[in-house]
Ligand binder design. Structure first.
Ligand SMILES: [Zn+2]
Ligand SMILES: [Zn+2]
Length: 261
């Protein structure tokens, strides 16, 4: 059985292809349950508009479109409606109400920005500085403590801009992995990261040193495509290689997500 709960749409401005083409590719790729989790909108207090997530005005169309596809393909694939959300402290009351009012199935936690994306640094590039790595880990932990999120996406995002996985990175990784384990929070092995590494010959995330520590801690892990193109969902080889790799580390690979609200 293969499921994927990390899928984007063009509403976030950096993904391609129609909603329906993701469903068709997922069916082709042998996926049994497909969760859409586009970058969530926020009800910003400022005039800021994000160029990497859907606007609040686009949410209803997102929901309607996926609900339509869920019905249309119900005999071929199970579809869930989710969102990929940050932990933005000042907007958490709003988010908590929003996801319940809108009857979203689940949300996943992804930490990209310090504070919020209105003025915070992007962790993907900032974490060469230990002070940003510290707040990255802190932010993930605060998010997990809310009990709202089904899993932590690309927990090792901080390695995208960090030069070395040094002793300090190892200490902070262990701290995060142990916290996730205590809180029954699965962590994601991110296949979009694998594609980026493959394409640019880089070693951002997933980072082998991170996953070695996660295997020692004994975290539950879920494989997520983080698809920004429909065709990514047809890359069976990516999923199979990840599965083999995680199994070789003796990790518990889970196929379904916990629902929190
Ligand atoms: Zn994205
Ligand atoms: Zn994503």
């Amino acid at each position: 059985m293969k499921n994927n709960y990390h899928t984007h749409t063009t509403r976030c401005f950096h993904a391609e292809d129609s909603d329906e083409s993701y469903v068709l590719s997922a069916i082709k790729g042998g996926i049994k349950e497909l969760g859409f989790s586009d970058h969530s909108p926020w009800n910003y207090h400022s005039k800021f508009t994000s160029r990497m997530r859907m606007g609040l005005q686009d949410f209803d169309d997102y929901y309607k479109s996926i609900r339509h596809l869920k019905e249309k393909y119900k005999d071929k694939i199970s579809i869930k409606i989710g969102l990929e959300c940050e932990y933005f402290p000042k907007y958490m009351n709003w988010l908590t109400t929003f996801v319940q009012q809108k009857k979203i199935d689940y949300i996943i936690l992804a930490t990209h920005f310090e504070g919020s994306d209105e003025d915070g640094v992007y962790y993907g590039y900032a974490c060469d500085y230990n002070k940003h790595l510290d707040t990255y880990i802190e932010n993930c932990k605060k998010g997990i403590e809310t009990g709202l999120y089904s899993y932590l996406a690309h927990p090792d995002l901080f390695m995208r801009g960090r030069n070395l996985f040094d002793d300090y990175a190892a200490i902070k990784t262990r701290e995060l992995c142990e916290f996730c384990k205590e809180h029954n929070m699965p962590i994601e092995y991110n296949l979009e990261g694998v594609l980026v590494n493959e394409m640019y010959g880089t070693q951002g995330y997933p980072h082998p040193m991170f996953w070695k520590i996660a295997s020692e801690v004994g975290n539950d892990v879920i494989i997520g495509y983080d698809a920004h193109k429909a065709k990514s969902l047809e890359r069976l080889d990516l999923y199979d290689d990840a599965y083999e790799y995680l199994k070789s580390l003796d990790m518990n690979v889970i196929e379904t997500i916990p629902y929190r609200f």
